[in-house]
Structures are given as C-alpha cells and as structure tokens.
Design a protein around this ligand. Structure first.
Ligand SMILES: [Zn+2]
Length: 271
C-alpha cells in the first residue's frame, strides 16, 4: 500500500469505491493484467468475495496479520467490551459457489437470468437505502433492489424470456425477493469468529468487515500520513509524488532512520 493509494482511498467517501481505488493502486498483477493496466473499471467486475480476499491480503502485508480489536457483547443486558486478537492470515479464500448466475421465473411465467452482483454494483448501490429522495411511493429497499436487478439482468436463454420491464412490472414483494435471491447466491468470505463473552458467558459471532474496517483505519491515520509526508519532504527534499510512491513500510523505515539520526543531534522527529 502506497501513500498515494491511501490518500486516494481516504478522499472517497463511498467505502466500496474507495476499496476499489486502493486495490487499483496496490495490485502488481491480477490474472493476465499487470499494474499499468489494472484500473478501477477492471476491479469493479470482481465479485465482492474476491475484493474482500485481496483487501485482507493487502491489510496483512501492510499492517501485519495479527489484529487486536475491541468488540461489544451483543447481549441485551450485557454490552461488556472484550479485547480480542485474531490473525488475518487465517482467513481462507473459501469455495466459490457453483453457479455465477441466478435464474428465476416471474409471475407471468417468463424466465429471467441475472449475473451475480459485483464490487462495482455494491459501490453504486451504497447509500441508496438512506438517500431520502423517494417520491415514488416505493420503499428505499425496493428502489435498491430494482437498481440491483437493472444492473444484473442478463438476456435469458429461452425465446420470449423476460427483460427488465417485465421484472419491474412485478409487485414489490417479487422484486424484493429477486434482489434477496441475488444476495443469497453471492459467495461471501468467511471472516466470522465464534466468541464467548467472559462476563455473561453468552456465545456470539463477530464478523470482520474487510472494506469498512480498512477504510476506518485509513481515515483514522490520514493525519499521521500527512505528518510523515511532511517530515520526509522537509528533511530529504524528495518530491511529493516520490514520497507518496513509497509503500507504508518503506516510509516508516526512512522515518525510523531519520529519527535515529536526529535523536543524536536534537531529540528526534517524534513520529
Ligand atoms: Zn456479555
């Protein structure tokens, strides 16, 4: 992860789009693609499970595998806070579902085929459930389901198979059910930890969220990044672009050297 990727991700308020930008900056190779031709549009086609797995790897090589996190017991009477430790390197790629499409039959007996939602679809749909510009009488979740169906519909293989107009003519319950079927068919990375509260002894599940956790971490460390860039520019006189091109571990290594050097003179740079 370079400073350039970190800043690009932090500048984007949609976390799913930010994740795509960060991966586009960080990937050296992806299948037949090499860094120079890996763009956000290339990565928008990835399934969310693949994007999440790549983010876990990126977090792991940047920050290290072992993670420490404070979680709250969900017990209604409890709410005890627990410090947990887990290792990102133990998260496995998992098994892909057999089919990459979902077939359904509408009320008018026409068949319809959808592809699975991608990372790009997830980014496009982010925030639709609370945009508050709903004048159609539909609920926000129906609008979100409709947008997902619009994006994922494919041409059916049978003659006379349904198109998006047929789908949107269905009642809200059917459209919501189709949207839910697409979500249910999408494979997910298994990032769940089974925990037991040390206070009330209730077992509960904690799910690590690769996108939201990483984006929160990067937002929280933006100020520190700016300070690091400032120190390197101030002492080494490298250009802004050169400094942002450094990976986070390289940046830290130079700052450590600088700190040791200056400590001998005047007390360090305290980074
Ligand atoms: Zn508890």
């Amino acid at each position: 992860m370079t400073g350039r990727g970190e800043l690009a991700a932090v500048a984007e308020s949609n976390p799913f789009r930010a994740a795509i930008l960060l991966l586009a900056d960080s990937l050296v190779a992806l299948g037949p693609h090499r860094a120079a031709d890996i763009e956000a549009s290339t990565l928008s086609g990835l399934l969310p499970i693949d994007r999440d797995y790549l983010l876990v790897q990126l977090s792991s090589i940047t920050f290290g595998g072992p993670r420490f996190q404070t979680v709250e017991c969900p017990g209604a009477e409890c709410g005890h806070r627990l410090d947990i430790r887990f290792d990102l390197r133990s998260i496995e790629a998992g098994h892909r579902s057999v089919s990459d499409r979902v077939e359904a039959t509408l009320d008018n007996s026409r068949s319809v085929v959808f592809r699975l939602p991608s990372s790009g679809d997830q980014a496009a749909l982010y925030g639709m459930d609370n945009r508050g510009d709903n004048n159609t009488g539909d609920t926000d979740s129906t609008q979100q389901a409709d947008e997902l169906l619009r994006r994922c519909i494919m041409r059916g293989s049978e003659p006379g198979s349904a198109d998006i107009r047929d789908v949107l003519e269905q009642g809200p319950a059917v459209r919501l059910r189709l949207g839910a079927a697409l979500a249910a068919a999408s494979p997910e990375l298994d990032t769940a930890l089974e925990l037991t509260c040390i206070h009330c002894k209730q077992p509960f599940k904690f799910v690590y969220e690769p996108v939201l956790t990483l984006m929160d971490e990067l937002r929280a460390s933006r100020k520190a990044l700016m300070k690091e860039v400032h120190y390197l520019a101030f002492y080494y006189h490298w250009s802004y672009t050169e400094i942002l091109n450094l990976s986070r571990p390289m940046r830290r290594e130079y700052l450590d050297l600088l700190d040791q050097e200056l400590r001998g003179q005047s007390g360090g740079v305290a980074v």
